[in-house]
Design a protein around this ligand. Structure first.
Ligand SMILES: [Zn+2]
Ligand SMILES: [Zn+2]
Length: 407
């Protein structure tokens, strides 16, 4: 009787005395003789495709062996509680990966078309995992017959599309076979929605979330036009542009003032800043943004460039003596004139329209600069930042008023 020795745990986790191990070793030795440096681009590409197929085919063989191992309960014979536990120890797999492989191996046994395609290297393991699970789920809700009928079409699709596209095909198949299960699947996706927004110790705000397909589509549709590059010199990454787009989206809603009131007020961005900070005295405290904490004085100057201002006169740091009315720094009439004169961001080559811009004071109002056409230019948020927090110095569009004569 042939005896197979499986050693579990420690450095002996991979059985070294097995026939298959030597076969793999020989195959790898042969493959190792190919030096990528000696191959043309086309040969290298063909090699990558060929090796990928080989890996997928090897995965199929591995899963077939695993199914047999699992059916015999060989893991228990080797001292493990389950096949998954044995895999974790013997093949150094994470718990999730081990459980998933066992589930796929069991499902593949009843799916000859899929198993054959994986064995031939025509579809990949991620394809097989998706199809096997979908067919099993459909069999549970619609019966084995209808579920089996989708296996072949899905395998055919998997031969030509990547797993992301295949997931869409599976949803179409699910909808065709069992509209009710498509509804409950949509409900499950909807229940998973969440968004966490947290301020970190280093002051940035971190977003992490999941949206259902509809929520994701709404977000991406709204973000797409706001995340396009601003001309050929836009050096931002796509992620940075999406981040800017999301902020822009929220800023516009704040600007329009049609969001519901909170605490008896329309929501708005609140910056607390000492006069000394605004006037660039040193030393001065940092400014503070509601919800996000301290920001540098220059950021406060930029935000104050084109905002409504409420002045609170205090005695010392904390005793308010008088609260002024909220006044708009740049009145609507001047804003309209600026839009006509500048036509958008005035940074050379920037194509952002007026609605995307702030009115920047060339000489800040905190330094005595007037809020007049001569002292204002339109800048998009990115280029406004480039002036305040960066080093770019814009040229005046009009003539600055002459300094007041000494008496
Ligand atoms: Zn400014
Ligand atoms: Zn710009």
């Amino acid at each position: 009787m042939p005896v197979r020795v499986i050693v579990i745990g420690g450095d002996e986790g991979y059985p070294s005395n097995m026939r298959s191990t030597s076969v793999v070793g020989e195959a790898l030795d042969r493959l190792d003789q190919d030096d990528p440096a000696g191959l043309s681009d086309a040969e290298l590409g063909a090699e990558l495709v060929g090796l990928r197929r080989l890996l997928d085919a090897a995965e199929a063989r591995w899963l077939r062996m695993l199914a047999a191992f699992d059916r015999r309960g060989a893991g228990a014979g080797a001292g493990a509680v389950t096949t998954g536990a044995w895999l974790r120890s013997a093949c150094r797999m994470s718990p999730g990966a081990a459980a998933e492989r066992v589930a796929v191996a069991r499902r593949l046994e009843g799916m000859p078309v899929l198993a054959g395609a994986l064995g031939a290297g025509e579809v990949s393991y991620p394809h097989a995992r998706l199809i096997a699970r979908a067919v099993e789920e459909l069999a549970a809700v619609a019966g084995a017959g209808p579920a089996a009928a989708v296996e072949a079409p899905l395998v055919a699709a998997a031969r030509v599309v990547d797993p992301c596209r295949l997931r869409r095909e599976i949803e179409h198949a699910r909808h065709a076979i069992s509209p009710d299960s498509a509804v409950s699947e949509a409900e499950r996706a909807h229940a998973r929605r969440r968004l966490s927004v947290s301020e970190t110790v280093d002051g940035v705000v971190v977003l992490d979330g999941v949206l259902d397909p509809e929520g994701g589509a709404v977000l991406l549709s709204a973000l797409a036009p706001l995340a396009v590059p601003a001309g050929p010199d836009d050096g931002r990454t796509a992620r940075q542009r999406r981040a800017d787009g999301l902020v822009e989206l929220c800023r516009r809603h704040l600007d329009r003032g049609d969001l519901p009131e909170t605490g008896g007020e329309r929501p708005h961005l609140t910056v607390l800043v000492d006069v000394e900070t605004l006037e660039r005295h040193r030393p001065a405290r940092a400014a503070e943004l509601a919800w996000a904490g301290p920001v540098c004085g220059e950021t406060a100057r930029r935000l104050a460039c084109d905002a409504s201002i409420t002045r609170v006169i205090t005695a010392g740091r904390s005793e308010p003596l008088d609260v002024g009315r909220r006044t708009r720094v740049v009145p609507p009439a001047i804003r309209t004139a600026l839009a006509v004169r500048d036509g958008g961001c005035t940074f050379p080559g920037c194509d952002r329209p007026p609605v995307w811009t702030d009115a920047h004071h060339l000489q800040h109002w905190a330094d005595g600069g007037p809020t007049s056409l001569n002292n204002l230019i339109l800048l998009c948020r990115r280029h406004h930042r480039a002036v305040h927090e960066g080093a770019w110095r814009p040229r005046p569009r009009g003539r600055l008023p002459a300094p007041p004569r000494a008496a």
